[in-house]
Design a protein around this ligand. Structure first.
Ligand code: ATP
Length: 849
């Protein structure tokens, strides 16, 4: 039995602390960790359990923008009397006021009422956004209790627009995005960026205040003319009236000097403000989070069309390149402003310069066009393709390193890498020399104009027809215009560099998702479940929870293999009651995995349906073992992170590990629990030591933060460091069991396992089967027997490589030749409901072992 000691702090507070739990009894019923803490068992729980349950009809709903959406609720139990609870929407990625209307209120179930709706208006948005979601939460139950898991549901909102605009939706949907003019696409992208909340005023302020730099250049030109013509020319009858400080050229010079200093100060201040406004960062954040959300909702087809390396590149690099383009556009705007200002200055001070003002830009534009057209020097192929090839190759090599090493292919990979890197290098040289050859003209133009101007206009200065200040300022203008044109051209090139990432990102963000399929499946399941419930409620029998009698059905289920005309199976018709352990067998390639994926909703049927009651959470556990590069506890509670804060859940998790004989994982989990507890206490003590935070501090600490330290905090770094490399300390079979334990901790109502015994020897298979049996018979592993009746039945489907004569299975679905799926009963097992009744119409009510 687990033990727990109380700890008395110096402030007299008693903190319960979990210590290493070495001797958990192998029994369904287990004791609380702390002898004084019986809050999760006992009479209070038992009486609470008699109450009806109110919960959502599904864990996830899918809405469409612009519709008035209805979230479905269900009441389970005796349906006697009036019960109610409150509800409210809670924003997550979708925000109230932009994606939906915040709604809250009371939902009442009158006597006999077993279903209700909550209406939530979904807002129409004219611009593109990724699939955003919000939550609906039930609270304050009156005369009832809330479903443990379904007191919260998520609502995903499908956005029908295409990225970056619906203007090109036809081209985008026809997969011909390359046909759209890149410049037009870019303009639409810029428009979208201005619609990101908070971006439009930031962009307006940036465009306006970036002109400060031009105002400074204007000031330097005007002031140098003024210094030469007025300050130094003081005393002549023409200029004496124009001094800022009348008759005092020295003081006037000091004022101008002061202005010279003040302007850069102002510019510096603006730069500080601009950094703080972080327009680039905001665009990058929008793009990256949208891309991540989109990728998370990708359909199987979309996911197979992009490589891992591409996803990383798009989300980290291309999004950053594209986001930077907003700064490039504002710089271009600034350059344009400067060009207009310089030309105006030249003409206003010296009207004879109109010819130069026109000739210079025309010559440059002409040269640019010739350069772009390849008439100056042939444009080489870009390096982008080769860069991408190299990145993809590195991705493939790192992904498949163990294979490469085991097959002694490291030298071959090095050679192939070197060949690709050399190819990239070869393409970089012509590009650099192309830039040099074609851009020299911009640098040469200023000396050409200055030389001509000096040669032809100096006599005018000598004869007094042209003021010296104006002459010198005009020379500066030539230099400025020339360098400005170089800057402008460079800016244009930078903006154009964003075109390619924009096209790639547009393709990425317009790939198909599975949200529409999810909507169809959820809507079908909810409607079908309601229909079944209405029928059942007319004649509920003596069951307290008739809803649990809705079977899981395959209705005329057919699957056509992609890209072929062949059906893998056709019109499958099967039904199994909730609360059964179902084994799926058949020859290699008969369709077991496909059926498993259909059951989990991972694959869409060609026709027919899989009908699982909507309020049952389905979880697919793949045959491929995944362990996240986080801590053991974060892996174990991955499916339901918030439950880690509950002592009973942590205890249950340790029990599950014990039952699966996962000694090493249990040791690691215990160490992590112990570490998180003590580091929480140290943090509390140090806080108390440093400031006036009193002993209340621990109670105020966010429990979630206590058990799952936030990324970037010292506690997170310490825990991560302590458990670095923990995965490699697990045996192969223990890893496979951890992959399964994670699912048992989440405790879904329908557990779907893809070949779970594939990685296990006979003994371990036996252990796992015993735990799966418990999962089904006890409606969850390591859960209290007394509350069994009030938990929803657990059903488990698993595919097996071979018929195992497994005595723990309730039902066997076997694929026969020709794609037939037949049901056969396994050998009778005392735990199996099939042993007591040949009918599977009732869910098992096992009373423990
Ligand atoms: N995308 C696809 N295109 C064409 N055929 C496919 C595709 N996916 C699966 N198949 C075929 O469908 C059949 C069923 O595949 P499935 O993975 O369900 O088999 P299985 O019963 O799990 O077999 P095994 O026990 O060998 O894993 C196989 O013959 C497979 O080759």
């Amino acid at each position: 039995m687990g033990a727990c000691t109380g700890k008395s702090s110096k402030h007299g507070l008693t903190h319960s602390r979990e210590v290493r739990l070495r001797d958990l009894r192998d029994d369904y019923r287990y004791s609380p960790l702390n002898a004084q803490d019986s809050s999760f068992f006992g009479s209070s729980v038992a009486s609470k359990e008699k109450l009806d349950i109110i919960q959502f009809a599904a864990p996830i709903f899918v809405a469409e923008e612009g519709e008035t959406f209805h979230v479905h609720l269900m009441r389970l139990g005796a349906l006697q009397g009036r019960v109610s609870c409150s509800f409210r929407t809670e924003q997550s990625s979708g925000k109230a006021g932009s994606r939906y209307v915040h709604t809250e209120g009371q939902v009442i179930f009158e006597d006999g009422c077993f279903e209700q709706l909550i209406e939530i208006p979904i807002l129409e948005s004219p611009t593109w956004s990724a699939t955003l979601e919000f939550k609906v939460v039930l609270d304050e139950p009156m005369g009832c209790q809330l479903g443990k898991y379904l007191k919260v549901c998520r609502v995903k909102v499908i956005d029908q627009d295409t990225f970056p605009t619906s203007k090109y939706s036809e081209e985008i949907k026809a997969d011909s995005i390359e046909d759209i003019s890149e410049a037009s696409l870019f303009i639409e992208y810029m428009k979208l960026m201005t619609k990101v909340p908070g971006n439009s005023w930031r962009l307006a302020v940036t465009l306006l205040f970036d002109q400060l730099k031009n105002a400074y250049v204007w000031f330097t030109l005007v002031s140098s003319v003024y210094m030469v013509n007025v300050v130094f020319g003081h005393g002549t009858s023409k200029t004496s009236q124009e001094l800022l400080i009348p008759d005092d050229p020295a003081k006037t010079a000091q004022v101008i000097g002061l202005m010279y200093v003040s302007f850069p100060l102002l510019l510096h201040l603006w730069k500080v403000v601009k950094i703080k406004m972080d327009l680039n960062g905001r665009c990058k954040l929008f793009l990256q989070s949208s891309m991540m959300r989109k990728y998370m909702n990708y359909s199987d087809t979309s996911r197979s069309e992009v490589t891992q390396a591409e996803v990383v590149r798009f989300i980290t690099q291309d999004s950053a390149k594209l986001a930077r383009s907003i700064s490039d556009v504002s710089s271009l705007w600034e350059t344009l402003g400067k060009l207009v200002m310089l030309n105006y200055f030249a003409v206003s001070n010296n009207p004879d310069m109109t010819w130069a003002v026109i000739t210079m830009p025309v010559a440059m534009i002409f040269w640019s066009l010739m350069r772009e057209g390849g008439w100056v020097v042939a444009k080489p192929d870009g390096t982008d393709v080769f860069e991408k090839q190299l990145e993809d190759f590195v991705g493939i090599v790192s992904e498949n390193y163990p294979l490469i090493a085991c097959y002694f292919q490291r030298p071959a990979m090095n050679d192939r890498f070197a060949a690709r890197a050399a190819k990239l290098q070869e393409t970089e040289i012509p590009e650099s020399s192309y830039d040099l050859t074609s851009e020299f003209f911009f640098q040469w133009l200023a000396p050409l104009f200055v030389g001509c101007y000096m040669a032809f206009y100096s006599p005018l200065v000598l004869s007094g027809e042209l003021a010296l200040g104006t002459f010198l300022a005009t020379i500066s203008v030539f230099k400025e215009v020339s360098s400005n044109f170089v800057d402008g051209y460079g800016g244009l090139k930078k903006v154009r560099k964003a075109f390619d990432p924009l096209v790639q990102i547009s393709i990425f963000l317009n790939r198909s998702t599975d949200v529409a399929m999810l909507k169809m499946s959820v809507d079908n399941r909810v409607a079908e479940t309601e229909l079944c419930r209405r029928k059942l409620m007319k004649n509920p029998g003596d069951s307290r929870f008739p809803t649990d009698q809705i079977p899981i059905r395959l209705e005329k289920l057919s699957l056509m293999l992609p890209g072929t005309e062949n059906f893998l199976f056709r019109d499958l018709q099967q039904s199994v009651q909730q609360g059964h352990l179902v084994e799926l067998i058949g020859n290699a390639g008969s369709g077991k995995t496909k059926l498993i994926k259909l059951l989990a909703g991972e694959v869409a049927a060609s026709s027919g349906k899989v009908l699982t009651p909507s309020h049952l959470r389905c979880l697919l556990v793949t045959h491929q073992v995944f362990l996240m590069d986080t801590t053991p506890l974060q892996n174990l509670f991955f499916g339901d992170p918030s439950s880690v804060v509950e002592q009973s859940e942590r205890h249950r998790m340790l029990w599950i590990l014990q039952k699966l004989s996962m000694d090493r994982t249990r040791q690691l989990a215990e160490e992590e629990i112990s570490m998180l507890q003590s580091s929480g206490e140290i943090e509390e003590e140090s806080l108390e030591g440093f400031c006036c935070v009193g002993p209340r501090r621990r109670a105020e600490m966010d429990p979630m933060e206590m058990w799952m330290p936030k990324d970037g905090t010292q506690r997170a770094a310490d825990v991560y460091k302590r458990f670095k490399g923990w995965r490699s300390s697990l045996s192969f079979q223990e890893r496979a069991k951890l992959h399964l334990a994670r699912a048992l901790i989440m405790n879904p109502e329908i557990l779907i396992l893809e070949k779970p015994l594939m990685n296990l020897d006979d003994k371990e298979s036996e252990t796992v089967m015993a735990v799966l049996r418990e999962f089904v018979s006890n409606r969850g592993v390591a859960l209290d027997l007394e509350t069994l009746e009030y938990r929803r039945p657990r059903t488990c489907f698993y595919s097996a490589e071979r018929r195992t004569m497994n005595t723990k299975t309730d039902v066997v679905w076997e694929f026969k030749e020709g794609g037939q799926l037949v049901t056969s009963a396994p050998d009778a097992h005392p735990d199996s409901p099939m042993a007591n009744s040949q009918s599977d119409a009732k869910s098992p009510k096992r009373k423990g072992r």
